[in-house]
Structure formats: structure tokens, C-alpha cells
Design a protein around this ligand. Structure first.
Ligand code: NAD
Length: 448
């Protein structure tokens, strides 16, 4: 059993802290946001994440996890201290490390015996050097705090399972002692462990996220070619993805990536490369493709409706992806802003994120069901692929709309079925419904 402190109790800090408690460690989660800590101490959780509420409850009851606003309390009670604070983008795209710096200073001022300080936040390569500089300048006792890196790969929406059954655990260390401590910490988790130097560990996180973003932008670029030549991107992706060297995941054409990680990590990685004398033009292109993709659905909607001015548009899905209420860099935010700028009225539905969206757009209409979003709408725009949208009664959906225009930004619906039901249906990189024949072309055949 280890005594662990998690500084920053957001998505990553809360989930990883709770999971460390679940596997038997004693955890103290710290956050400077008192309202968050008060909420957690009252038995509630500040984030929407499947399973987290029960897991927090269970581990609080077992006294394996507690919450405080005091870094001093966390540092004094723990041997391993994680930095899990936010590292948001600066206006120039680089990572803002001011929160990392602030908590490093506090850790240094409260550490009186050996502590392992672990970067869990996503940070640019060589951040550990900066942390070390601050520690040397601030610590009571030189070298009393050792730095390590342990980047986090969990995905919002499946964060608990991702943490407990990860594809791999990456640790960057500079001593056998640190390696041993982190191996013991993770001993209950069965996964390959990559043990490396700190710079490489830091780099792995940005390299991995940027690669996934690249894959999404690649299939979105292919979708553009498909639209121009009448090919079907979902079949192309299927044919590509069955190649084990390529793999199926992250080959879904659509509105593109959003969320709190990919956009900021890609732009930070471009900046890191630039600072080290390398022009990462490949990633710059991926970023541009993603930005263009986001507004493509509006172009399709505008083409189908002549103009958006005076039209009512139902928006299905607001969160940046299903099973979360996270709106950070969610495509829906840009899309709604643009719909309003072009004179449309918006009726929005999301199973989890509507409350948060109200803070950004208080004056649009929020409804309680997808059907209500469609009612009286001239067009329906599917932005987030919540599974329940795939189970909608399409005949009923069409009957409540003012005009049966559907733009499917996530390729959830079947074009042929939508055409048969009488929708004017547009998706990403797939032939428009009207062009499909009764017997669609065969799916990719797998010959064994
Ligand atoms: P978040 O904004 O949800 O949480 C960060 C928390 O840190 C906030 O509650 C904030 O109040 C707190 N904080 C900031 N400065 C503090 C300080 N000095 N002392 C105490 N608390 C402080 O962020 P997140 O989504 O949990 O991300 C945290 C880090 O993990 C980021 O670097 C992110 O890139 C990385 N990451 C995020 C995910 C994800 O899916 N969200 C996945 C992997 C990695």
C-alpha cells in the first residue's frame, strides 16, 4: 500500500486517484477549487463519467480516499505526489505550465523528507528540467524531491476501464528507487510497462495523441476525396482498417476531433517541435484539416436549406464525444456560434452536456429529447454520436420536422435507409442517399 497525493482533482486526478484507492492505496486528492472539494466531501462528483460516483463512494467509505484544498496536507501524508493539474493552451498554441509551476513550488516548500513527484499532466518534453530547477531553488533540502513522469492515456467516457485495464503504462524515471516505487504502485494492474528516461516518457504522450489526431485527419482527408469521386469513406475505412498494420480505430470520418486533449496536444507538439528547430508541417496539416472539417457540416446544411437565416436547426449532441458532459473544444460550440451568426435559431439536445452548454449559450432552446429537437426544425444536425441517436424512430422523426433535412456529422445513419424514409440526407464522405441504388454495392468482402 502506498500513500499517494493527487494534486488537481479534475477528470484525470479524480479518476486516477479513485482508481489508485480502488487497487488498495491510500489517496489524498487536492484541488485549489474549494467548491469542487466541498462537492466531493458531500458525496457528489463534479464530473459526468460512467461509474465514478459509485467508485468514489465506495472508496470514501473504506477510508482509502479523501479530499482537501491543502497541498501541504497532501504532501505531508504521501510518498508519491502526482501533478494532475490542467495544462491548457496559450494563445500561441504552446502549453500553459503555470499551474504545474505553482504546485511544484508548493510541493517544494512542504517537503521535509524524500518524495517522488510524478508528472501526470500532459507536459512538453523537458518539463522535468524546469520542475527540477524550481525544486532546487525552493526546496529546504536539495534533492529531497525526485521527479518522474507517468503520462495518462485514459479517455473520457471510459476513463475507469482505461485506467484499470490500460494498453500500457509508461513511466519515465532517473533512479532505481523511483522505478521500484512506481512498479509497486501499479503492481495490481496487468499491462505492459514501458520504463524509460523522463524525456522519452514525456514525448510518448504528445507523440501518441498527435498520431491519433493525424489518423482522424487522414480519414477526413480521404472523405473529401470520396465526396468528389462518389466513393464511400466508410467502406474505404473498413478496407483499410482490416489491415492489421493500420487497425480500425480512429478511422471514422466526421466532424473531426475535439475535447480537452487532442487539439491542445497537437498545437503544443507543433510548438515544441518549433522551439527545437523542427517544422512539424505534417501536424500543421492535420490541424488545418480538422478545423476545416468542423464547419463543413454547416456548408452542407446551407446547401440543403438555401440559407440558414430564419431557419430552425435541431442540434443532436453537444459534448465533444458521447458519455461525457465535457464541452472543452467541443465542435458543437463552434457550430452553434456559427449557426447563430448566420441567423438560425437553435434547438439543442444532449443527454449530459446541456446544463454546461447553458453557461455558454443561455439564449438558445434546450429540449428534453431528440424528437423535441427535431420538432418544427428545418434541419437536423447530428454533432455527437450518442448511441441513443442510432435508435431513433426515423419515420416519427421525419413526421415532426418542418423539412426533412438531416446532416449527419458522425455518419451514424444508413444513407439508403434515410433516402427510403424520404429524408434529404447528407453525411461525411458517403454518397448522398438519393444516389444510392436499391441494392447497395457489396460491402468489402473479406476473403480468408
Ligand atoms: P481539469 O481541468 O479537469 O482538472 C485540473 C484540476 O487541477 C482543476 O480542478 C484545477 O482546479 C486543479 N488545479 C490547477 N492548479 C492547481 C493547483 N495549483 N493546486 C491544486 N489544484 C490545482 O483537467 P484534466 O482534464 O483532469 O487534465 C489534467 C491533465 O491531464 C492535463 O494536462 C491534460 O492534458 C491531461 N490529460 C487529460 C485527459 C482527459 O481526458 N481529460 C487524459 C489524459 C491526460
Amino acid at each position: 500500500m502506498k500513500n499517494v497525493c493527487m494534486i488537481g482533482t479534475g477528470y484525470v486526478g479524480l479518476v486516477t486517484g479513485t482508481c489508485f484507492a480502488e487497487i488498495g492505496h491510500r489517496v489524498i486528492c487536492v484541488d485549489k477549487d474549494k467548491s469542487k472539494i466541498d462537492l466531493l466531501n458531500s458525496g457528489q462528483v463534479p464530473i459526468y463519467e460512467p461509474g465514478i460516483r459509485n467508485l468514489v463512494k465506495k472508496n470514501r467509505a473504506a477510508k482509502r480516499i479523501r479530499f482537501t484544498t491543502s497541498i501541504q496536507e497532501g504532501v505531508e501524508a504521501s510518498d508519491i505526489i502526482f501533478i494532475a493539474v490542467n495544462t491548457p493552451p496559450l494563445p500561441d498554441g504552446g502549453a500553459d505550465l503555470s499551474f504545474v509551476e505553482a504546485c511544484t513550488r508548493e510541493v517544494a516548500s512542504h517537503a521535509y523528507k524524500y518524495k517522488l513527484l510524478v508528472e501526470k499532466s500532459t507536459v512538453p518534453v523537458q518539463t522535468s528540467n524546469r520542475i527540477n530547477q524550481t525544486l532546487s531553488a525552493m526546496s529546504k533540502n536539495r534533492n529531497i524531491v525526485e521527479v518522474a513522469s507517468n503520462p495518462e492515456f485514459l479517455r473520457e467516457g471510459s476513463a475507469i476501464a482505461d485506467f484499470l485495464k490500460p494498453d500500457r503504462i509508461v513511466i519515465g524515471v532517473q533512479s532505481i528507487r523511483a522505478e521500484k516505487m512506481l512498479r509497486e504502485l501499479y503492481s495490481k494492474i496487468k499491462a505492459p510497462m514501458v520504463v524509460t528516461d523522463i524525456n522519452s516518457a514525456e514525448l510518448i504522450k504528445h507523440a501518441a495523441n498527435s498520431f491519433l489526431a493525424l489518423k482522424i485527419s487522414y480519414i477526413n482527408a480521404i472523405s473529401q476525396i470520396c465526396e468528389r469521386v462518389g466513393a464511400d469513406v466508410s467502406r474505404v475505412a473498413e478496407g483499410m482498417g482490416l489491415d492489421a498494420r493500420i487497425g480500425k480505430s480512429f478511422l471514422n470520418a466526421g466532424i473531426g476531433y475535439g475535447g480537452s486533449c487532442f487539439p491542445k496536444d497537437v498545437s503544443a507538439f507543433i510548438k515544441i517541435a518549433e522551439a527545437n528547430g523542427y517544422d512539424f508541417s505534417l501536424l500543421k496539416s492535420a490541424e488545418k484539416i480538422n478545423n476545416d472539417q468542423r464547419l463543413l457540416v454547416l456548408k452542407k446544411l446551407e446547401q440543403a436549406l438555401w440559407t440558414l437565416k430564419g431557419k430552425t436547426i435541431g442540434v443532436l449532441g453537444l459534448a465533444f464525444k458521447p458519455n461525457t458532459d465535457d464541452l472543452r473544444n467541443a465542435p458543437a460550440v463552434d457550430i452553434i456560434r456559427e449557426l447563430l451568426a448566420r441567423g438560425a435559431a437553435v434547438k439543442a439536445f444532449d443527454p449530459a452536456a446541456a446544463e454546461k452548454m447553458k453557461a455558454l449559450f443561455p439564449n438558445i432552446e434546450y429540449v428534453d429529447s431528440p424528437m423535441d429537437a427535431a420538432k418544427g426544425a428545418h434541419g437536423l444536425l447530428l454533432v455527437t454520436e450518442w448511441p441513443e441517436f442510432g435508435r431513433l424512430n426515423l419515420s416519427k422523426l421525419k413526421s415532426v420536422m418542418a423539412s426533412p433535412v438531416v446532416v449527419d456529422g458522425r455518419n451514424m445513419f444508413d444513407p439508403l435507409e434515410m433516402a427510403k424514409k424520404g429524408f434529404i440526407y447528407h453525411s461525411i464522405g458517403r454518397p448522398v442517399g438519393a444516389r444510392l441504388e436499391e441494392n447497395p454495392r457489396p460491402r468489402v468482402k473479406v476473403l480468408s
